[in-house]
Design a protein around this ligand. Structure first.
Ligand SMILES: C[S@@+](CC[C@H](N)C(=O)[O-])C[C@H]1O[C@@H](n2cnc3c(N)ncnc32)[C@H](O)[C@@H]1O
Length: 271
């Protein structure tokens, strides 16, 4: 696997556990997207890049025993965890495949819905995955993505540590060839892949002091640490000081912590 193909935040076990918690936290907004799309019982769904859990339980519940959910995930550890998750939940209408979403080898024009969440923000050339998703949807079927855009990662009062971390993250994304502002580009990517009736739903998160996601930047800092130090982007002491200043700012209950926007965008493949 080349450097440009690596999942940007790495695959440490702690990152897999963060993704499992995140799947739970983002469940309600994922469910609303499925309501908007109108996913019906009996549907055949593909989830791209499900990680250790993704939306598998939500999708399985909606399509029911007469439907099916296939997932394709590139990372073997995540595949193992996702399979464990579906076994523990008894989700018999779900199967998780290990493979690359850019060239799945799955039957073309065969899924009622192809969907992915927070995958495109981690990959170079997101259009490749969108094109594959569109090819896999059946005529009349839907393609839906849920992505972040780092345009409004803001706090108040302002914090130099916060700003330095956002800048570091954005720089590091660019080095990996991924785009932290991909969220706003979803409608364009969908239309370029031939999808029509494209709709967009924006989401902004404001995390109160008790919200688990309030400290997500600290986890991202841990995920990026090795890479930042290996590339001499920052000295170890400076990185430690930055993370500590960021922690203090986030830990202050008077700090307003805003993340997003997130965009959910979906379109239909012409019949
Ligand atoms: C941030 S995680 C999101 C996991 C899950 N979609 C969720 O929202 O909980 C991104 C996932 O996409 C996977 N991924 C990235 N590029 C991929 C590709 N080309 N094919 C399959 N999976 C990919 C990564 O391995 C990782 O598990």
């Amino acid at each position: 696997m080349t450097e440009r193909d690596e999942y940007f935040l790495g695959h440490r076990r702690a990152e897999q556990e963060r993704l499992q918690r995140q799947a739970e936290q983002l469940g309600p907004e994922a469910a609303r997207l499925l309501d908007d799309i109108g996913l019906a019982a009996g549907a055949r769904v593909l989830e791209i890049g499900c990680g250790p859990r993704g939306c598998l339980d939500l999708l399985a519940a909606r399509v029911g025993p007469s439907g099916s959910v296939t997932a394709i995930e590139r990372n073997e550890e995540a595949v193992g965890l996702a399979r464990k998750f579906i076994a523990e939940r008894g989700l018999r209408n779900v199967e998780v495949l290990c493979g690359d979403a850019r060239s799945t080898g799955l039957p073309r024009a065969s899924f009622d819905l192809v969907t992915a969440r927070l995958v495109l923000v981690n990959v170079p050339n997101p259009g490749e995955i969108v094109a594959e998703a569109a090819a896999l949807a059946r005529p009349g079927g839907a393609v839906a993505f849920h992505e972040v855009d780092w345009a409004a990662m803001i706090c108040d009062p302002p914090s130099p540590a916060w700003n330095a971390f956002v800048e570091l993250f954005v720089t590091q994304s660019a080095k990996c060839g991924s785009d932290p502002f991909v969220g706003r580009k979803l409608p364009r990517l969908l239309r370029s892949a031939g999808l029509v009736d494209v709709r967009v739903h924006p989401i902004i998160h404001v995390y109160p002091p008790t919200a688990p996601r309030r400290s997500i930047f600290l986890t991202f800092a841990d995920n990026l640490r090795e890479r930042v130090l290996a590339q001499n982007l920052m000295a170890e002491a400076a990185f430690t000081d930055l993370k500590e200043a960021l922690r203090q700012h986030i830990d202050n209950p008077d700090t307003l912590v805003v993340h997003g926007p997130y965009f959910q965008a979906w379109g239909r493949k012409p019949a």
